[in-house]
Design a protein around this ligand. Structure first.
Ligand code: EPZ
Length: 416
């Protein structure tokens, strides 16, 4: 089990290129199996979750190869419609395979997905939408059995704008005869990126990024060369890191439109922000003010994937903050570890009440999930003394060597 060792108290300065977005790449890798021909994904970040997805593709007969940072996927020889639990339990996005496999193979047998332990994370919206498209579904022995022999276009309403369900249904519908409409669709930038990728393969998709997505089915999807959007959550993580340590950093590649909620909050807290459609600069010369009320929402609201990092910032901000986590019911595990570092946090239902303290002190802490682990790294950057973050494998799922990025910006952090 690897650890990160951090010496707190160093301001961050400098500039960093934001890598491509994990949550855009994962559905795109799943969608790649629908291409008649090779798919080349450029600037593909080498994350544990990306490798878990390519392992899934390889397990059904695809061939995925790397040339430097280009991922090349060929699906000419798919030989199975079944994905075993050993693959699916590692990652939530294994569920995204249902749509593409039904589209290409007409059937799918997929074990239940895994992923960050941040809540129950049901898949009822995925299955409801697929049933609306005529898929016959049986759940037994830990597997989801799908028969797509009678699939057809349809109108689908999602009771909640689920990111994954929107993506799964877009992929399931792109090759169906006729027009499929998804109402109350998710609006995240990663949805738009997947729609752009499918369109580049020859799909006809309209309205991605809005609550209503219209898909006009097309017979065949061809190979494509593509480069995804940059990771708005990594960008936001490092902006918040600078809010904690002080200093001035610029993140290049993620447009301000992808992080407007965060930028607005950081400005309210007293940070100087200079943002355009290609980079964001943050400058913090003094301790930030606490934000009285932060509530996670679907895009374009404040993202749940930045909640742990923002909560960490509030622990040493001036005043009291209330953070409400409205998407996932157990996404406050970081709090016990932050309290070990001297934070003053009270949990009540789905709220964390955070009273700012002058400083956290370094401690030995455990990462419990991906974004909570990133939050603990940020806590260590601002703490007095040394912090060791254990279970770094959680963090590696969404950040490729986070220590290298932060060291580039002046942090004193090492992996061992
Ligand atoms: C995606 O997860 C992201 N993962 C998550 O990022 C992100 O937190 C989440 O969207 C919300 O933005 C990937 O894209 C791989 P949802 P997903 O379906 O698709 C409920 C990270 O740290 N729901 O939008 O699983 C669900 O329980 C990860 O990078 C149902 O009830 O999220 C949750 O309360 C963590 N039934 C809410 O919807 C369903 O069938 C949002 O979930 C599906 C979801």
């Amino acid at each position: 089990m690897q650890k990160l060792h951090i010496e707190g108290g160093h301001k961050l300065f400098g500039e960093l290129q934001v890598p491509t977005a994990k949550n855009a790449l994962l559905p795109i890798i799943a969608a790649s199996i629908m291409a008649k021909g090779e798919v080349c994904i450029y600037n593909c970040v080498k994350l544990v979750d990306v490798f878990s997805m390519t392992d899934i593709l390889n397990s059904i007969g695809c061939v995925s190869t790397w040339v430097d940072n280009t991922l090349i996927i060929s699906s000419a020889n798919i030989h199975s419609h079944s994905i075993k639990e050993e693959y699916t339990k590692k990652i939530r996005s294994s569920i995204f395979m249902l749509g593409p496999m039904l589209s290409v193979l007409g059937k799918a047998k997929v074990a239940y997905p895994g992923g960050c332990n941040i809540g129950a994370r049901p898949i009822d919206l995925h299955l409801h939408g697929l049933r609306e498209l005529g898929v016959k579904i049986e759940e037994k022995h830990g597997y989801i059995y799908c028969d797509g022999a009678c699939m057809h276009a349809n109108e689908i309403h999602l009771d909640f704008p689920s990111v994954g369900a929107t993506e799964n249904l877009m992929m399931a519908a792109v090759r169906l005869n006729g027009t499929t409409t998804i109402y109350n669709a998710a609006r995240e930038p990663e949805i738009v990126d997947l729609a752009n990728f499918l369109t580049a393969m020859g799909a006809h998709i309209f309205g991605a990024g809005s609550s209503t997505i219209v898909i006009e089915g097309t017979k065949e999807l061809h190979g494509v060369e593509y480069s995804s959007i940059k990771d708005r959550i990594i960008c936001g993580t490092y902006l918040i890191a600078c809010g904690i340590t002080g200093g001035k950093i610029t993140l290049v590649g993620s447009p301000k439109e992808h992080n407007m909620a965060l930028l607005s909050n950081l400005k309210q807290a007293g940070a100087k922000i200079d943002a355009n459609n290609d980079s964001v600069t943050i400058c913090c010369n003094s301790k930030l003010k606490a934000l009285p009320d932060i509530a996670t929402q679907v895009f374009p609201g404040f993202p749940t994937d930045l909640q742990s990092q923002m909560l960490t910032l509030q622990t040493t901000s001036k005043g009291t903050s209330v953070i409400s986590e409205n998407l996932f019911e157990t996404r406050f595990k970081i709090c016990t570890e932050l309290i070990k570092m001297g934070a003053n946090i009270t949990l009540k239902d789905r709220m964390a009440i955070v009273k700012g303290v002058p400083k956290l002190y370094g401690a030995d802490v455990e990462a419990c999930d991906l974004r909570g682990g990133a939050g603990l790294v940020l806590a260590g950057l601002g703490a007095d003394g040394y912090t060791t973050v254990n279970q770094v494998e959680h963090i590696d799922r969404g950040y490729h060597r986070i220590e290298d990025d932060l060291r580039c910006l002046g942090a004193v952090i090492n992996r061992f």
